[in-house]
Design a protein around this ligand. Structure first.
Ligand SMILES: [Zn+2]
Length: 337
């Protein structure tokens, strides 16, 4: 099969590799669509994210959809031909975190496109059958791929306890911010203010249901007169985070999703006197069925986020598209093309 392999910073080569064989309880999936993520771009540009360092050739891509084409020993959940969305991280199922239901925190997680585990910018992948989720025909291949970033939004809304009538501030209108916006609305949020510095992305946020948008280059959050119950921080921008936290009302919840600097200034007295809860999020757990249901019902619009398609030979182009085009939201790789 063909695979797009990251060999060094800024260098992806198309290679022939053996097609993987499904092991016990695994399925072989022919990959249809793979979303590109900021973390793929980061590995491509810097060769590392924090403690995860690319030290040998690596296939990136962790937002895949596809079709089951073969099953391994003991795998009885899917038949060949089943269209699936893949949850790209398989934990060990047995450690204390897994047993507590927090399998996203499993220290032995094997996650696609994260060193040393190969990802899905290739024609075929194998995955544990429990991490391949059937999707109905109403969910496109691209949408089935974007269940992964949608899961980040769903998980953030669960952490923040977004519910009917919750007022939400989303800082950053990239793909994750736009999916946090849509998740919050699906969870029952009534007022969602989205901030960014990119007019095209703010326009998309309005189209997807934001009650208000704010270009923070033009006016400050302080002047917006909006006191959210929940901040879903998706910008990762240290200066923006402090100002956004200051806007949050009493007993509010702050979920830090965006990845920026390792350290940020936090307005601590505001957090203390208002009893804000501040939490990080790491990926997601048990989100796929809910995320698929939201996409299938039309409560969440995923195809609208896709702004470009690329074949397997064009992975570099997909990973650099964002730097060339400020209107780009989500580049999708189609490995069979
Ligand atoms: Zn575990």
């Amino acid at each position: 099969m063909r695979a797009a392999v990251l060999h060094a910073v800024g260098r992806v080569l198309l290679e022939e590799r053996p097609r993987p064989e499904p092991g016990p309880r695994e399925v072989l999936v022919q990959v249809s669509s793979v979303g590109t993520c900021g973390s793929d771009v980061h590995y491509y540009e810097h060769g590392r994210i924090g403690d995860f360092v690319v030290t040998s050739p690596l296939v990136l891509g962790h937002e895949p959809s596809g079709t089951v084409v073969a099953t391994g020993p003991g795998a009885g959940r899917h038949h060949p031909g089943q269209r699936v969305s893949l949850e790209p991280g398989v934990p060990d199922f047995t450690c204390p975190e897994c047993r507590a239901g927090r399998y996203n925190l499993c220290p032995r997680m094997r996650f696609f496109g994260t060193p040393p585990i190969d990802g899905a910018f290739c024609e075929y992948v194998v995955v544990h059958e429990e991490f391949a989720y059937p999707v109905p025909d109403s969910v496109s291949d691209d949408a089935a791929a974007l269940i992964e970033p949608l899961s980040v939004g769903v998980w953030a809304c669960r952490k923040a306890r977004v519910g009917p009538g919750t007022r939400v501030l989303v800082t950053g209108a990239g793909p994750i911010g736009l999916l946090c916006l849509q998740s919050a609305l699906a969870f029952g949020a009534t007022d969602v203010l989205v901030t960014d510095v990119n007019p095209a992305r703010l326009a998309m946020a309005r189209g997807l249901g934001a009650s208000e948008t704010l270009d923070v280059r033009e006016s400050g959050l302080r002047d917006a007169g909006f006191e959210p119950d929940v901040l879903l921080e998706c910008s990762g921008h240290p200066a923006a985070i402090g100002e956004a936290v200051r806007a949050v009302g009493r007993a509010g919840r702050v979920v830090l999703i965006g990845m920026g600097g390792d350290e940020i200034p936090l307005p601590l007295s505001h957090v203390q006197t208002r009893e804000l809860e501040v939490t990080g999020t790491f990926r997601y757990a048990n989100t796929w069925p809910q995320a698929i249901a939201l996409a299938a019902s039309g409560r969440v619009e995923l195809d609208a986020l896709v702004t470009g398609h690329y074949g397997l030979a064009e992975v570099e182009k997909a990973l650099t598209a964002g730097a060339r085009d400020p209107e780009l939201v989500k580049a999708v790789v189609r490995p069979q093309e």
